[in-house]
Design a protein around this ligand. Structure first.
Ligand SMILES: C[S@@+](CC[C@H](N)C(=O)[O-])C[C@H]1O[C@@H](n2cnc3c(N)ncnc32)[C@H](O)[C@@H]1O
Length: 203
């Protein structure tokens, strides 16, 4: 047991449903960048299940890098790189290429500007057709998809007025400006969605 491993109950619950989408939408090989890796549970789970891919975790909170590294070490993974510190509010990112990008439960727990940064950075990094996979709660056509999401949104905004559940159309508008198109919308457990964005034109 490596004591530096932190554990998030939400990540423990959603890692397998997300993996089942990733198995289908990620390229068969190449480098997958994760933005906001948190504890590192997700990247460890995905890397173990998808050994032909290499994973680059990142977390702007450097205090969490030990946990990410501990998960990688505990699972004896050889396809996970050391974490980077990527802040979506700062460009350029300290990485020059990635074949796919993951961003789980970040868009609503950060200011709207991080979504702008995510889309701009992803568009700069991804090859044509490359996926950006985002996961979390979203509004659809301006409405919450459940009372629990509405309550969650209110609690987020009370913690930080700049946070909040975003509307898929608003995110799509920002993505479209930089050449990313919503390719798939997958309903997930607990009123979440996985969104698969693909780069359709060079930036
Ligand atoms: C609720 S945690 C999710 C962590 C992990 N992806 C998960 O699902 O367990 C929110 C994440 O958003 C990230 N985040 C917030 N603002 C950010 C920013 N400006 N740039 C990059 N990441 C940011 C945090 O560092 C944190 O990893």
């Amino acid at each position: 047991m490596n004591d530096a491993r932190e554990s998030s109950p939400a990540a423990e619950r959603n890692k397998q449903p997300i993996l089942e989408v990733l198995e289908r939408v990620l390229p068969p090989q190449g480098l997958v960048l994760e933005i906001g890796s948190g504890t590192g549970q997700h990247v460890a789970h995905f890397a173990q299940a998808l050994p032909a891919l290499h994973f680059q975790p990142s977390e702007m909170d450097r205090a969490r890098h030990r946990s990410i590294e501990a998960w990688t070490a505990a699972e004896r993974l050889t396809n996970v790189r050391a974490p980077l510190a990527i802040d979506l509010l700062a460009q350029p990112w300290p990485i020059t290429a990635a074949d796919a990008i993951l961003c789980i439960n970040v868009i609503h727990i950060s200011p709207w500007e991080t979504t702008l940064g995510l889309m701009a950075g992803a568009a700069a990094l991804l090859p044509a057709g490359g996926p950006l996979v985002t996961y979390g709660p979203y509004l659809r056509n301006g409405s919450h998809t459940s009372p629990s999401n509405e309550a969650f949104d209110a609690s987020l905004r009370s913690r930080n007025p700049c946070w909040g559940v975003r509307d898929i159309d608003a995110v799509a508008e920002v993505a479209g400006r930089v050449g990313l198109q919503l390719d798939e919308l997958i309903a997930m457990p607990a009123n979440n969605f996985t969104l698969v964005w693909r780069k359709i034109r060079p930036t």
